[in-house]
Design a protein around this ligand. Structure first.
Ligand SMILES: Cc1cc2nc3c(=O)[nH]c(=O)nc-3n(C[C@H](O)[C@H](O)[C@H](O)COP(=O)(O)OP(=O)(O)OC[C@H]3O[C@@H](n4cnc5c(N)ncnc54)[C@H](O)[C@@H]3O)c2cc1C
Length: 391
């Protein structure tokens, strides 16, 4: 890939080899059984891949969002569930990186960097999806603790994570400004994991409810100050959505690679179908879109990596790039995987070939960490801001 430093090119090659040897043989089975793949987690731990995006001071490799994107992309080329493990580790740890105290960082980040502990991010509720500030989960201060009541749903890594960053209102009357963020460990009294959802794609990843019934969270686990929660969530998502874009680029590349190889082998009318111009045009468009998505993603990561950690609002143009990357890459993944199924004809519709799984997996990238309608709003508002109209 043009412009990437040698260190990242070597990382990319190592992850490609790992994905082909350890993930590829299991991907179809993980999809079919929808069992969480602890063997993937072990493979990523052994290769230090949970460390990639985290700061060096806390056990990370300090390769930033660009490093995390490369790893997520290469894993997702083989199985989007494997890529999601790295993406969600970023999502669950970024709030601590951005807003945590030194003690909180030292306590939680090294364990997440090693992969000993998986992380999760609980923002969404049944009545609060795109309108994330409308959540009903409450946190009330009692002495040295906060007592949490309510529930989260659609949380990735529910039931397998050891650390959950959870958003709850400490001052419901204040709306978004009354939301706070807490680090909740899986052994917290009053906290339980509820129902796990059955899904169209990324079936090996868990998605479920977090239940809080008088859950007692020590005051020392409040992230930042009371009322910082919404800013923490937005600062996290502005950055973490690049990993979802990376997941999408990887899925698209995997589908393209498979469709290309198939088109060279499959013969109809006495010759390989790859010789028909109608299919060549499709393959050319698939490759062009995938490469454009990748370059936009890398540009967004490089731009975001220039920004320091912390809760300061990103420059409009940086969060716009990250929204554009997620929007374009996920729409690309949906288009390219659908076309890959078409290239394979009826065989593409069958579970013996991975492209139907990739098409199902691609769909989620248009939905989570902000739907593509919301990404378009982010892009449009930041464009308007450059004209002097408030975001
Ligand atoms: C598999 C999976 C994993 C997930 N993982 C996590 C996780 O780890 N943590 C977490 O907190 N959440 C997670 N989510 C939640 C995810 O981020 C939300 O589903 C998403 O933000 C959309 O919210 P919603 O589903 O409530 O849809 P809604 O907000 O109800 O949206 C419904 C439709 O309306 C559109 N819409 C809404 N508002 C607007 C608007 N202003 N303008 C135009 N269109 C609009 C949406 O784009 C969508 O098409 C996950 C979801 C899934 C499915």
């Amino acid at each position: 890939m043009t412009g990437l430093p040698a260190e990242l090119l070597a990382l990319r090659q190592a992850v490609r080899e790992l994905a082909e040897s350890r993930i590829a043989p299991r991907a179809a089975e993980v999809d079919r059984t929808a069992q969480f793949p602890w063997d993937y987690v072990e493979a990523l731990r052994q290769h230090d891949l949970f460390r990639v995006g985290l700061p060096e001071a806390y056990g990370g490799l300090g390769l930033g969002l660009l490093g995390a994107a490369l790893v997520t992309e290469e894993l997702s080329r083989i199985d989007a569930v494997a890529g999601l493990l790295v993406a969600v580790q970023e999502l669950g740890t970024l709030p601590i990186v951005l807003a945590g105290s030194e003690e909180q960082k030292k306590e939680f980040l090294p364990r997440c960097a090693s992969g000993e502990c998986l992380a999760a991010f609980g923002l969404t509720e049944p009545e609060a999806g795109s309108d994330a500030a409308a959540g009903r989960t409450r946190a009330v201060r009692r002495g040295d603790e906060y007592v949490l009541d309510g529930m989260k749903h659609f949380v990735t890594n529910a039931g397998v994570a050891g650390v959950y960053v959870v958003f709850a209102h400490t001052d419901p009357a204040a709306g978004a400004r009354g939301m706070s963020a807490f680090i909740v460990t899986s052994d917290t009294p009053g906290f339980a994991v509820g129902r796990l959802q059955h899904k169209m794609g990324i079936r090996g990843s868990t998605t479920g409810e977090l239940l809080f019934d008088g859950a007692r969270v020590p005051r020392s686990r409040l992230l930042g100050r009371e009322g910082d929660g919404f800013r923490i969530a937005m600062a996290t998502l502005d950055r973490s959505r690049t990993t979802i874009a990376a997941q999408a680029v990887g899925i698209a590349q995997g589908a393209l690679d498979y469709a290309l190889a198939y088109a060279r082998e499959r013969r109809q009318f006495g010759r390989p179908i790859a010789e028909f111009e109608g299919l060549q045009f499709m393959l050319a468009d698939m490759a062009t879109r995938t490469e454009a998505a990748r370059q936009l993603l890398y540009a967004a990561c490089a731009r975001l990596d220039e920004e320091g950690e912390g809760l300061a609002r990103l420059p409009a143009e940086a969060s716009r790039l990250s929204a554009m990357a997620k929007l374009f890459a996920s729409d690309t993944a949906m288009q390219v995987t659908t076309d890959a199924v078409q290239v394979l004809g009826g065989y593409g519709y069958m579970v013996e070939h991975p492209v139907e799984r990739m098409m199902r997996d691609a769909k989620i990238t248009q939905i989570y960490e902000g739907t593509n309608q919301i990404q378009r709003l982010v892009v449009a508002r930041s464009l308007l801001e450059t004209l002097g109209v408030a975001r």
